[in-house]
Unconditional design. Structure first.
Length: 567
């Protein structure tokens, strides 16, 4: 690498800028260029049928302006346009747009392709930057200006030949952001003057960042300069068309909207030449997350990913804003804890909400509600070695109804961390459940309980305990049968005594809790028992049964079995 090969690109001196003090308050006019710029950039461009399907999808999302191609450049593009028009596939509130260079025969073919459509935007472009003028075309400024005016005149005269179509004209000084601002302004003013000689209503001046060469603030200065100085500004739509060479196409588009632009051309997921075009999904969802209606509907983001990937052959990155597979997922323990608290708080607040006055979305680490794009809360919290014990507990609770008591949560957390560390991968909810089951639930080895009954004695003397329980149990240990007996205030205490004296094992119960795993009279109960052993080690066992008494006995036996194996 040798950075001396490069130099800072010239910037515009524009101290009168006002964009830096503004905020966005409404959505721009959107124009999808997926079927032109996006399609042009694909290794395998879309087939006619794929383009028709994609067009249909763009309409469903809510685009009212769609650039459908470059009909003079290829037969598929020409046929696509003819199919849309002749089969009546363009809804009355949608305007198609076509691109053409400033060349007579190509403009003629473009208008022929549009024959019969109710309305269309004809998009004319020529490159205006010094690099293009000097290196690519060997044209002076005057010749470049002349070419733009020539093209604009042709648009006006061809439009007259198709009086049943309502045409709007768009002009792009290609490489606008690398063009001297005064020259770009002069060209655009002359093109506007030419367009205005025709009878056409709308004029769009599109200011492309064909190659992104500056920080977004410089692009915004250039756009504000144009907005402030172009003649007849009130009758012109100023449009943006960003590319992502520096990775800031979305930021540049947003700042250029602050600078006064009215319209945005871009693509879904930022497909397009090289690093792609500005990503309309991100720009629209950024507006949405600020409480602005984007007028585009991404409530089924997975459908957008599916169509996009199928027809472009490109994947959507798992960390792509708003859409990626991992963007509503937290692996870090502290993030998970915060999200869990946020969800609990929101659940409380939403009980009182009404639709006109929804509870504001205020969630740690999640800028939007995943439900808004058709995702759900299930995968928000995922478990790997970076996650805290709360993550596994959250999954057991939400997926299996198992509400771990805090001390068991910490105990199990260590098992989870060890497992995902050795596996060097994330643990699925099934794996988490299986680990829990394997380590705690209904352990029947080495000691198996084959039969038991209890006898209660109710005491009536005021000084004695109300009731004492005695149990008689048959157990099998390593194939050998034994009868054990013990007594205590209750069943669990009686079992403890019987087992502890049979095994000569000292322990006391330091945790006992129980809850139902599901609702209804067939519900299973789960019991958690913690044993504090002589050496201060704590062991947990869990029992699951439709019978609450059995669930307690199974929990105790699980804990004892785990202790026996440990000793
Ligand atoms: O990026 C660009 O400059 C273009 C123009 C043709 C508008 O795609
Ligand atoms: Zn482009």
């Amino acid at each position: 690498m040798n950075h001396k090969k490069y130099q800072a690109k010239p910037i515009i001196e524009f101290p009168e800028r006002t964009w830096a003090n503004k905020t966005l308050t409404k959505a721009p006019i959107w124009c999808s260029v997926d079927l032109r710029d996006g399609n042009q950039s694909l290794q395998t461009p879309m087939t006619l049928q794929q383009k028709l399907d994609f067009f249909d999808f763009l309409v469903k999302i809510g685009f009212k302006q769609i650039e459908v191609g470059f009909p003079s450049a290829s037969q598929t593009e020409f046929e696509f346009l003819r199919t849309l028009i002749t089969k009546g596939l363009i809804p009355s509130d949608v305007t198609i747009q076509v691109l053409t260079p400033a060349r007579d025969e190509l403009i003629q073919k473009t208008f022929a392709a549009l024959d019969g459509t109710k309305q269309a935007i004809v998009h004319l472009y020529n490159a205006t930057s010094p690099l293009h003028r000097n290196v690519v075309f060997q044209k002076s400024q005057a010749e470049t200006l002349e070419l733009a005016i020539f093209g604009a005149n042709l648009l006006c005269s061809f439009a007259e030949k198709y009086p049943t179509t309502n045409f709007a004209f768009e002009y792009s000084p290609e490489c606008f952001s690398q063009t001297e601002p005064e020259f770009a302004l002069a060209v655009c003013n002359e093109v506007v003057k030419t367009f205005q000689k025709g009878k056409n209503s709308e004029i769009i001046i599109n200011l492309p960042i064909t190659v992104e060469t500056h920080t977004p603030n410089v692009h915004a200065d250039m756009v504000e300069f144009m907005c402030k100085n172009i003649h007849n500004r009130e009758n012109i739509t100023i449009s943006l068309h960003g590319h992502n060479d520096r990775g800031t196409a979305v930021a540049a588009t947003e700042l250029c909207l602050l600078a006064g632009a009215d319209r945005v051309e871009g693509t879904l997921f930022g497909n397009g030449e090289r690093t792609g075009n500005a990503d309309i999904i991100t720009i629209a969802m950024n507006l949405y997350s600020q409480g602005i209606n984007p007028n585009l509907n991404f409530s089924d983001i997975d459908a957008a990913i599916e169509i996009y990937s199928k027809y472009t052959g490109l994947p959507v990155h798992p960390r792509h804003p708003y859409a990626g597979d991992l963007v509503y997922t937290a692996f870090s323990g502290s993030h998970q804890d915060a999200i869990r608290k946020g969800i609990t708080k929101r659940t409380e607040l939403t009980k009182q909400q009404n639709n006109d006055n929804p509870v504001l979305w205020e969630m740690p680490y999640l800028p939007i509600d995943p439900l808004d794009v058709g995702r759900n809360y299930d995968p928000i919290i995922r478990v790997n070695s970076q996650s805290g014990s709360a993550a596994a507990a959250y999954i057991l609770e939400t997926a299996y109804g198992i509400i771990l008591p805090k001390p068991l949560q910490r105990h199990f957390g260590k098992i989870i961390t060890q497992k995902s560390d050795t596996a060097k991968s994330e643990l699925s909810s099934t794996e988490i459940y299986e680990l829990f089951e394997e380590n705690y639930i209904n352990k029947v080895s080495p000691i198996e309980l084959t039969a038991w009954h209890e006898q209660r004695t109710y005491n009536i003397t005021p000084t004695s305990k109300d009731v004492t329980t005695q149990i008689f149990a048959e157990i099998k240990q390593n194939g050998e049968k034994a009868s054990i007996t013990g007594n205590g205030d209750g069943l669990v205490a009686a079992f403890c005594q019987a087992i502890s004296s049979h095994l000569q094992l000292q322990f006391e119960i330091n945790h006992y809790s129980q809850h139902a795993l599901e609702l209804g009279n067939q519900a299973r109960a789960i019991t958690y028992i913690g044993l504090l052993l002589n050496d201060k080690k704590v062991i947990f066992g869990t029992g699951v049964s439709r019978n609450i008494v059995n669930s307690s006995v199974k929990a105790l036996l699980s804990a004892v079995n785990i202790a026996v194996l440990l000793i």
